[in-house]
Ligand binder design. Structure first.
Ligand code: GAL
Length: 712
């Protein structure tokens, strides 16, 4: 016995010491991005599936970055077919990202298992974009490129052999110093696979690390201009006549509308789907799409990808499908080119060729019981777990390619995404419905290269309605999803005007928004950003002592303040949404003077301010010297070739510049240089100037700019 247990101990130490010896070999694979392979990385990975090409030239424009961590402090062990990773963590470091979280921003102190799922109300890693990427407040990022359920201990685990042992304090002393979460000097990560590629993104700032991540993944997607207008999703069983009538109602209410979302009823059978038009509700799909087009409106089609036995695609895709069904439909193995080709032919012929502008790809995230189980198998040999992590990427990439081939940009919705998705034309949404949590998700989307919409569905009161509509108008997709209840923007007449005002304000801001998305594409800066990514703005997360409670808080854990209800749109505009029931709110201003967007009056100089939340306005602030280019209010995004009057607002006293971007708004010609950038500039003596637009490139603004100096 004794000998056996001694032997065991010896083997244990041998494993630990030999495994600990494995050193990662880092190579700079793109400017400021280092890659190392731990163990044997698998054939299927998130980045391999996403397949983006790094925008190296743009990465070279970023400030030079050094390898941000001490290499010796990064350790890897392969034990029992799994990869154990450790990255260093400083005392004051905050950790952002690690999936699309809804309740918390700083992930330090959390344990998450990054697992594709419908968000279930807890930040535990189960979410629509379980991206294994984190950004540190110290200005670097780390990505684990594995399509597996990865567990991350974000500074919760303390090793016996730590170089930085936390102080040991007796809890019996009732010392205030006792901490239920003693300092851990490591991010520890368990990948249930015998290897993974690891990427480290240099800064020097957190924003730079995020930029590098997005640029490494091809740069952010630039939506077509119409994608930034308003969109309404209609009730499931609407007919083509109902939908055309709906578009007319939008005209009558003078409410913006660029595209309409057609929900499951367009399929001849749904859940599982046929992807074929229903002959009764849609007797003339082509005529329907072109009648909508005459009203300047595009159509986006809902689908979940599970193929009905009634679908003409069924017998063809059956050999390329997995062992289990979802809602009686086949789960196609889209890693197989044959399967993709069959879908492509069908979708192009029946939808895209007649003018369908895009898709809403639903129900590929979970919930567990409404998806294939982890015991499912797929003909390519991809495991069910891997398939779960990559399915959203596969569908986004496949559909994006169809539109690229037509040289037409699309913009749609998806419920599952993952690492490598920055350049996909999709916005994430879900069935959850907490307004505050939707804003936190919007903030968190900025760390992980995805877009998120706090979609509006229904509301209990007019107040809630207007508050939700205000925030969705300051998000990547201004959407009302009335699939279940048929709500309209004007469903609450007492706030109809306020709702119309904010939707029109979004339309007026299109030049600003479009330029901000161009920044996402060309510079990698997320269009909707956490305050934690703002230069020089360090939100010091204060801790408040938790109260001892035998059931709720048995270890007297402290709670941490997170900045999770305000964000930036682009470089100049700070948005502070208001939730039903609130009449005032606090706003944290980054350093410098900030001005009220509506009045131009000084709102504060750094620090915390408290603002009154008028019902008809979402609080918006512009930084000193901030320029905001705007066009006159209109119902639809500008079409190619239109030339529009431009108003540029200036706020505060400081001089300012803004790069106004433009292109044809619908094609990919901008990727080949068919774009223009002009410099808008206000000098110290408050004179406005616009540089000359380049000759022969699309530019849709009049040269005579109206300069409005908002601050007197
Ligand atoms: C849900 C989706 C909704 C709506 C509905 C239609 O899964 O999240 O937005 O599209 O399906 O059945």
């Amino acid at each position: 016995m004794k000998i056996i247990s001694r032997l065991r101990i010896l083997v244990f130490f041998l494993i630990c010491s030999t495994a600990a010896k494995a050193q990662l070999q880092w190579t700079e694979t793109a400017p400021g991005v280092w890659k190392a392979s731990a163990g044997t990385p698998e054939k299927v990975s998130l980045l391999k599936v996403a397949g983006a090409k790094p925008s190296e030239a743009a990465m070279k424009q970023l400030p030079a970055a050094k390898f941000p961590l001490a290499k010796d402090d990064i350790t890897v062990r392969i034990i029992d077919g799994k990869t154990y990773l450790k990255f260093p963590l400083e005392v004051e470091e905050q950790i952002f990202g690690l999936g699309l979280n809804f309740k918390t921003v700083n992930q330090r102190g959390h344990v998450s298992q990054l697992h594709m799922d419908h968000y279930g109300g807890k930040d535990d890693g189960r979410t629509h974009a379980p991206v294994p990427f984190y950004v540190s407040s110290r200005g670097y990022g780390v990505l684990i490129d594995a399509a597996r359920y990865i567990t991350v201990y974000a500074g919760t685990a303390v090793r016996v052999d730590t170089k930085h042992p936390p102080e040991v304090i007796d809890r019996n002393d009732k010392s205030k110093k006792w901490d239920s979460a003693p300092y851990s000097d490591g991010m520890e990560i368990l990948v249930p696979a015998a290897g993974a590629d690891i990427y480290i993104f240099g800064g020097p700032t957190a924003m730079n690390a995020v930029q590098r991540y997005n640029l490494f993944n091809g740069g952010g997607y630039l939506p077509p201009k119409w994608g930034l207008g308003f969109t309404q999703r209609v009730p499931t069983l609407y007919t083509q006549q109902d939908i055309l009538r709906e578009a007319t109602e939008f005209e009558q209410h003078n409410f913006p509308l660029d595209f309409i979302g057609v929900e499951p009823g367009w399929h001849s059978m749904a859940y599982p789907c046929t992807f074929e038009w229903d002959g009764k509700r849609f007797p003339d799909p082509k005529g329907f799409i072109s009648s909508l087009a005459q009203k300047g409106v595009k159509a986006n089609l809902w689908l979940n990808p599970y193929v009905s036995p009634k679908a003409s695609l069924y017998p063809k895709v059956k050999p390329y499908s997995g062992s289990h069904t979802v809602w009686n439909g086949l789960v196609v193995d889209f890693t197989m080119p044959e399967a993709r080709k069959l879908f492509k032919d069908h979708f192009i012929k029946n939808h895209i060729a007649i003018g369908v502008s895009g898709y809403k790809i639903d129900e590929i995230d979970g919930y567990d019981k409404w998806l294939w189980p982890d015991v499912a198998t797929f003909p390519s040999g991809t495991s069910a777990e891997q398939m779960r992590q990559i399915y959203g990427l596969l569908l986004q990439r496949m559909t994006d390619e169809w539109y690229r081939e037509q040289n037409t940009r699309t913009y749609g919705l998806v419920r599952a995404s993952n690492a490598g998705a920055s350049n996909f034309p999709y916005v994430i949404y879900n069935d959850y419905y907490s307004h505050p949590d939707f804003i936190t998700a919007l903030i968190n989307s900025s760390f992980i290269g995805v877009l998120w919409t706090p979609e509006v569905r229904a509301s209990k009161t007019a107040e809630e309605w207007v508050r939700r509509m205000q925030s969705v108008c300051f998000s990547p997709m201004a959407m009302l999803n009335a699939w279940a209840d048929g709500t309209k923007p004007w469903s609450f007449p007492e706030v109809e005007k306020a709702v119309q005002d904010v939707a029109m304000l979004r339309m007026r801001l299109l030049p600003y928004l479009y330029s901000t998305f161009a920044q996402y594409h060309f510079e990698g800066k997320p269009p909707f950003r956490s305050m934690n990514l703002v230069d020089g703005f360090a939100f010091a997360a204060q801790e408040s002592g938790g109260k001892l409670d035998a059931t709720l808080n048995p270890y007297e854990a402290k709670t941490r303040a997170d900045l999770k209800d305000q964000y930036m749109v682009g470089d100049n505009l700070l948005v502070a949404p208001v939730f039903a029931g609130e009449t005032r709110r606090k706003v944290y201003l980054p350093k410098g003077k900030w001005y009220d967007f509506y009045t131009g009056k000084l709102a504060g100089d750094g620090g915390v301010i408290e603002v009154k939340a008028e019902l008809d306005k979402i609080p918006l602030f512009v930084k000193d010297g901030g320029l905001i280019p705007m066009i006159p209010a209109r119902r639809q995004a500008p079409k190619a070739g239109e030339v529009l009057p431009l108003e540029v607002r200036h706020y505060g006293q400081a001089p300012g510049t803004f790069t106004l971007y433009d292109d044809d708004g619908t094609t990919f010609d901008f990727e080949k240089g068919a774009w223009s950038k002009v410099e808008l500039k206000v000098s110290k003596d408050k004179k406005g100037e616009m540089s000359t637009p380049p000759a022969g490139k699309p530019f849709s603004y009049e040269k005579n700019v109206t300069w409005t100096f908002m601050t007197r």
